[in-house]
Design a protein around this ligand. Structure first.
Ligand code: GRG
Length: 319
């Protein structure tokens, strides 16, 4: 079977039981320009600090946070909120979109440090520690991590909903998820691990933030328990597919497109989906996961169409 996102890009596709007008290109996520602008404006706003923040630290925070990432996670937050509560819910969820991008940006800055993945290129630019210095990059990560919770605590209303958002994002970013996944990923370098271990690492290192993005949107929009569960399942499947595609891009992606060094997984002795399963079976698995993700949100009907289109982009992305 040919997966929805493997079909001819130019031809109209029917995928995840709902027809789409035309597939966007593999380079550009199918994102609403107005919503993208809302996200950028909110990120810029929350990346302003008073005079107590040293000028160079503020500059380095903005350098990393406002760099041209795809903003998949903040869009997922807003699309989940919209699916639950319509257009009015987008405004309510905006602080959660900012918070999750801050956690993501912090994790990239720290991952790039010499003690971790030791990278010099990120989002098509020198990594934070190359552009500034190592101590600054560590502090940028610290600042983004803490600022994310300030944004949620102040920005999400009412307070009880803000507390739920803080708790779920803390869990996703903590030792049982993002941090633990990263620790196990580093420990697995130059060691053979099986598929189950690989999936456990990526469920925590990559998947947890995807899952949290969808759940944050549902909670910020006060969605029902059924809506939240469906979106969480969508997030889990999508996060899994995203990581498989990320591994595939590390084998065959274009460095200029991807904006980071290619071939690093092999260089660092990392077991990946293509190294364990092979390239074609990995592609097939990613396609199945995208289909399953779309099925998980069937009950939303047309309200979740933008989420389905974003899922398909994740399957076909080239950056
Ligand atoms: C330092 C606690 C800690 C965790 C680091 C981010 C991370 C965990 C590792 C980065 C290595 C890596 C390739 C992870 C795979 C998934 C991933 C996070 C890819 C980058 O996400 P994109 O493509 O990035 O959404 P942009 O730049 O578009 O936002």
């Amino acid at each position: 079977m040919t997966a929805c996102w493997e079909r001819e890009e130019a031809s109209p596709v029917t995928c995840c039981s709902t027809p789409m007008a035309a597939a966007p290109t593999s380079d550009s996520p199918p994102l609403d320009a107005q919503r993208s602008e809302q996200i950028e404006t909110a990120l810029r706003r929350w990346a302003q600090f008073d005079a107590n923040c040293p000028a160079q630290l503020g500059e380095a925070i903005r350098y990393s946070l406002l760099a041209p990432g795809k903003r998949l996670r903040p869009h997922l937050v807003l699309l989940a909120a919209e699916a639950c509560g319509g257009a009015v819910a987008i405004e309510q969820a905006l602080p959660a979109a900012v918070a999750v991008e801050m956690i993501h940006a912090y994790s990239l800055v720290h991952d790039d440090l010499p003690a971790m993945d030791d990278d010099d290129l990120r989002r098509g630019r020198p990594t934070c520690h190359k552009q500034f210095d190592e101590a600054t990059a560590i502090l940028v990560g610290d600042a983004l991590l803490t600022r994310a919770f300030e944004v949620l605590a102040i920005g999400i209303q009412p307070g009880e909903r803000a507390a739920r958002c803080c708790a779920l994002l803390a869990k996703a970013a903590g030792p049982e998820a993002l941090v633990g996944g990263q620790a196990d990923d580093l420990a697995a370098e130059f060691r053979h691990i099986g598929l189950e271990r690989l999936q456990s690492i990526h469920r925590r290192k990559t998947g947890a933030l995807f899952r949290a993005s969808l759940e944050l949107g549902a909670v910020a929009a006060d969605g029902s328990a059924e809506q939240r569960q469906a979106l969480v399942l969508f997030g889990e499947k999508l996060g899994h597919a995203f990581q498989i595609v990320d591994d595939l891009l590390d084998v065959s992606g274009n460095e200029a497109n991807v904006g980071k060094r290619i071939g690093k997984d092999r260089h660092r002795g990392k077991v990946t989906y293509p190294s364990l399963l092979g390239v074609e079976p990995s592609r097939q698995r990613a396609a199945e996961l995208i289909e399953e993700a779309c099925q998980a949100i069937d009950s939303f009907g047309a309200a979740a169409q933008p989420l389905r289109e974003l899922a398909e982009f994740v399957g076909r992305r080239s950056r």
